[in-house]
Design a protein around this ligand. Structure first.
Ligand code: ACM
Ligand code: ZN
Length: 528
């Protein structure tokens, strides 16, 4: 009798654990209805799709499921146990519906991106760790995002990341429905995009460098903290005759096309940034004629037409490589004082009837905006582009959290804004559980905006500046788990965000991150 009872109890536990598999979705969906039962994955199942445009999504899901479950999935145009269903007209709406029951899983959406969002949810319904069987609970999920801009910015200039590392970050973003990857491709410390018109930009002594103070800080920490994730990876060193071992790298145009394609399959847009007219020391070092003093010191000299021609030719190649609406001109932290000491810049200020050097930057940004628009693109820049005047059609990245009026001012003028204030969303800043909660509970969207102004908030992104992030392992530590808080802030409406509800879901996700090999910061730990 005792034995029978314990068997019965074991059976009960099994039934409960199989019918009550936890639904822990981040970001929190609009609605989740749980049903009894589950769909069990079996070898050879087919992923069907109803429209040829979904083929890349089906193949992406097939690869993911095969990798995660070890089962062999097939894809086909037509019905499948897992069915991806595009409902026409395809209107770029990101919402989706996911219905699972014991017969199968169906994801329905009005766009490729909606299907991709449904796939992210399906990935999260699977058990986080290897089990005897792979199943997803029976659910009906209806979901759509609050903001269409949910992003991460990566800086591969201060420290370089390979194509493979970049792709892994894109994969991680896709799991959490982060859909904008802002790629900061140039700065003082290097130039990372191959430009056919200016091959010097990615030559051995421009895309590679001797160790700088940031590298030394990283190495100091690596040794003091016994922390290998702060070491500068050997794979990015190169022996350059006459210079010795230099550190760096760049992306060839073929590699960039490959990353763009990879991101597109995952529903992610890439926003390339070639920072101008400041933060451009590597270009000025390479082509000394770009700078006011002709000696290689940034910023770009805006008095010389040769600089404008350089900017246009570089962006011509950016436009060819990145087929997206938005391109960032950067525009932050320009040392404008140099222009006031430059005879060519002074001439430009006079001939264009400008008041001062701030207006000179604004003149450049507006001129470049016309160029972007003529190529079917929209311009975006860090919030300094407001100074000296801005056209209404430029979009502003609000990063200076200590200038809280930026969003108020920009939206009052009719400009769109992407929020990334350093007070919340600089993922290179030190983190602990308090900073995590600060992101989650914070009013990242300023509370003083009118309904009209709120419509101009495109969304939010976190920035991963990499002066002190030399490896992928360190990057993952800095980005996770706070990227999950960002994902929910950007996707789920503010009045549905609840820390007490988020925290247990987050804890469940740490298991998933662990299983994926992501070196996240465990809760209750601080630096390093
Ligand atoms: C920035 O952090 N300089 C945009
Ligand atoms: Zn000048």
């Amino acid at each position: 009798m005792k034995r029978k009872l314990s068997l019965w109890a074991a059976c009960l536990v099994m039934c409960v654990s199989t019918t009550m598999a936890a639904v822990n979705i981040i970001p929190k969906p609009t609605s989740v209805i749980e049903h009894d039962g589950q769909f069990v994955f079996r070898k050879g199942f087919t992923i069907g799709y109803n429209n040829t445009s979904l083929e890349p999504a089906a193949t992406y899901l097939q690869e993911l499921l095969t990798r995660d479950t070890g089962l062999n999935f097939k894809t086909r145009l037509g019905k499948g146990k897992i069915h991806l269903c595009l409902v026409l007209p395809d209107d770029n709406d990101e919402s989706y519906e996911l219905v699972s029951n014991k017969k199968g899983v169906r994801i329905t959406a009005h766009s490729y991106r909606g299907i991709i969002n449904g796939i992210a949810t399906l990935r999260q319904l699977l058990p986080p760790v290897v089990k005897v069987q792979y199943d997803v609970p029976a659910v009906t999920i209806k979901d759509s995002p609050n903001f269409h801009w949910r992003g991460l910015m990566l800086d591969p200039v201060r420290h370089f990341f390979s194509v493979e590392e970049t792709k892994r970050l894109l994969d991680e973003m896709a799991l959490y429905k982060l859909n904008k990857f802002h790629w900061h491709l140039s700065d003082n410390e290097g130039f990372r995009m191959e430009v056919k018109a200016y091959p010097g930009l990615t030559s051995d002594t421009v895309a590679w460098r001797r160790f700088n103070s940031h590298d030394r800080q990283c190495l100091d920490r690596a040794s003091k903290e016994n922390n290998p994730s702060m070491l500068i990876p050997w794979k990015f060193f190169k022996e350059v005759p006459g210079y010795g071992e230099l550190y760096g790298g760049y992306y060839s145009q073929n590699e960039i096309r490959d990353v763009v394609q990879y991101a597109a399959v995952r529903g992610i847009d890439i926003i390339p940034e070639i920072d101008m007219p400041g933060h451009n020391g590597a270009a000025c070092y390479c082509y000394k004629w770009l700078s006011c003093t002709q000696n290689g010191v940034e910023p770009l000299c805006l008095g010389r037409n040769s600089t404008i021609e350089f900017a246009e030719k570089v962006y011509d190649e950016v436009f060819q490589l990145f087929p997206y609406e938005y391109v960032s001109i950067g525009g932050d932290e320009v040392n404008r004082r140099r222009w006031s000491e430059c005879s060519e810049c002074k001439k430009r200020i006079e001939s264009e009837g400008l008041k001062d050097v701030s207006e000179l930057q604004a003149w450049f940004t507006k001129r470049m905006e016309k160029y972007f628009n003529a190529h079917g693109r929209r311009i975006l820049g860090w919030d300094e582009i407001l100074e000296g005047g801005l056209s209404k059609t430029a979009t502003v990245h609000w990063w200076r959290g200590d200038h809280p009026d930026v969003t108020q001012k920009s939206t009052a003028m009719g400009n769109e804004v992407v929020l990334c204030p350093f007070t919340f969303l600089y993922f290179d800043y030190a983190q602990d559980d308090n900073t995590l909660r600060h992101i989650y509970d914070g009013d990242i969207v300023p509370v003083d905006l009118t309904a009209e102004q709120l419509k101009l908030i495109k969304g939010m992104q976190a920035n991963i500046w990499c002066e002190r992030i030399p490896t992928e392992a360190r990057m993952e530590w800095m980005v996770f788990p706070r990227a999950l808080a960002l994902a929910e802030k950007a996707w789920t409406p503010r009045n549905k965000q609840n820390w007490d509800d988020f925290l247990p879901r987050l804890k469940a996700h740490l298991l998933r991150l662990e299983a994926m090999g992501i070196q996240y910061r465990p809760l209750q730990t601080k630096r390093p």
